[in-house]
Design a protein. Sequence first.
Length: 185
Amino acid sequence: MKTRLTKTPLKGLLIIEVDYFKDDRGFLIESWNKEDFKKSGLDLTFSQEVHSKSKNKTLRGLHYQDAAAPVEKLVRCIQGNIFFVAVDIRKKSSTFGKWYGVELTAENKKQLYVPIGFAVGFTVLTDFAEMLYKFTKPYERSSDKVILWNDTNLNIKWPITDPVLSNRDRKGISFMEYKKNPSFL
């Protein structure tokens, strides 16, 4: 298999595409191969994988684990279509406060590598979508934080209006509040 890494405008945030085989029976994809990824420049070890399913117009985010339990992620959509957003929350980064969005779909099979220091979220564009997330460290509830998905200082161009939100996501902190006490320098 061949792994291709594409840089985004945000340092360290990468779109990942891997070769896959498709014929009239379906397809076969090796979405993760430690040695192949290492040869491409990503030497990662995962400790946890999470599978989620969400209905149309669900918006989850913007979530991050603070500096007490930082984590890298590899995300992909395995059913349906989503718009995935990553926000650089590293205070000393030249792209601090900037966001990048990409459509991840079951069809395009793109993955996104999210380094430490990003808040992430997504919205579902189809009837439902299923996501797989690989984490380099286990989830720590006490370190899990939320920045408001619709913060005007971030000005994220979400492709939906009136999303379905959890109470937790409705009550996230503003980006200005985050800036006063950033988790990542």
